[in-house]
Design a protein around this ligand. Structure first.
Ligand code: ASN
Ligand code: ZN
Length: 351
């Protein structure tokens, strides 16, 4: 076969027209990017069509290198877009941005850091309102949605890819406090990738702003997010601070306090600039603090999750290892290390 890497035009659902890496094989285009990841199941980062089943299916193929139609799809896609490429474009754009952010900022390659190629299977199940990572295939599945729009926003893809990073590093157990931290790590990844993608998907730092600090706003039909990092209790189920009963909650709720810690660490806890969409959810804490910005906050988190956390890390251990990370990156007694301590204190972990 003659394989050639080319750049196609993707008409995405949430990000307009985007350039996507594809491969020309024997006169047809495949949604396969062999410049991001090697080996794996398809020899490069790929998008497959699960075609409403539960297995991965085949990599998308097209006669031209223009993909999707940029329209809004949810379960309605079953009649208008049963095998639609728009979901595939969303998935590839999310993957490309996640891969590039981790590579350019940390030199971290793909999910495992060793450049093993991953893939996303689009259109899993029928009118499926979820997306998930599977460690068996080291791949992800995204549904078309029913009460949600197609599950292909950047924060959703970044979240799922975050599970792949966690699975191949700390491997935080997916229940109890460690499960909440596992979920939070994926939410953090989703928001960071959202900021990186919106700023153009380039550069060796995470941009200072650009994300919305809520998960799943784009896939929500009425604009109500699934989760609020600045004030998790807005969802009616997540606590805003750690307590001894936190470990009994579903991991998508016990993630809340750590999400809030990360928001404080990055943005500060007493900012109230007019016009900020998140400012009205802030509470004054006894430990009002200045944030250190998204880039530094993510560097500290990523180092802790990929090199210090273990499968049984709980909130107290996360705090200790986050302080250690900050000290190694920015110095003992640094502003950054003190900010980590204050951010955890603000969610009732340590003083
Ligand atoms: N979308 C969900 C998640 O990634 C799927 C699940 O409950 N594991 O957390
Ligand atoms: Zn998750």
């Amino acid at each position: 076969d003659m394989l050639q890497s080319v750049i196609g035009i993707g008409k995405s659902q949430y990000n307009g027209e985007v350039p996507i890496n594809t491969t020309l094989v024997d006169g047809k285009y495949k949604m396969l990017d062999d410049s991001r990841g090697a080996g794996g199941t398809f020899g490069g980062m790929a998008i497959t069509n699960a075609d409403h089943g539960t297995s991965a299916g085949a990599v998308y193929v097209n006669d031209t290198n223009t993909w999707g139609d940029g329209k809004q799809y949810s379960a309605g896609g079953l009649t208008t877009d049963a095998n639609g490429q728009t979901a595939a474009v969303n998935a590839m754009w999310g993957l490309m941005n996640t891969y590039d952010a981790l590579k350019n900022v940390f030199g971290w390659l793909s999910l495992d850091g060793h450049n093993t190629a991953t893939y996303i299977a689009a259109h899993v199940n029928t009118a499926y309102d979820n997306a998930y990572y599977s460690d068996t295939c080291r791949c992800m599945f995204i549904g078309d949605g029913s009460s949600f729009n197609s599950l292909g926003s950047i924060d959703v893809i970044g979240h799922e890819m975050g599970h792949g990073v966690t699975a191949s590093t700390s491997n935080l157990t997916y229940s109890g406090e460690s499960g909440g931290l596992n979920e939070s790590s994926s939410d953090i990844n989703g928001e960071v990738i959202e900021a990186y993608a919106r700023a153009g998907g380039k550069g060796d730092a995470i941009p200072a702003s650009g994300n919305d600090w809520v998960l799943g706003k784009e896939i929500s039909k009425d604009g109500t997010p699934l989760r609020w990092m600045m004030k998790p209790s807005k969802d009616g189920s997540s606590p805003d601070a750690w307590s001894s009963t936190l470990k009994r909650l579903d991991v998508h709720y016990s993630s809340g306090p750590n999400n809030r810690m990360f928001f404080f660490l990055s943005q500060g806890s007493s900012s109230d600039k007019a016009g900020d969409t998140w400012s009205k959810y802030l509470v004054k804490t006894p430990l009002a603090m200045t944030g250190i910005g998204l880039d530094k906050a993510f560097r500290i988190w990523f180092k802790a999750n990929t090199t210090k956390f273990t499968s049984s890390t709980n909130y107290a251990d996360a705090r200790a290892k986050m302080i250690e990370s900050a000290e190694e990156l920015y110095g003992k007694g640094s502003r950054e290390a003190i900010a980590v301590q204050r951010a955890y204190a603000a969610i009732n972990v340590g003083t």
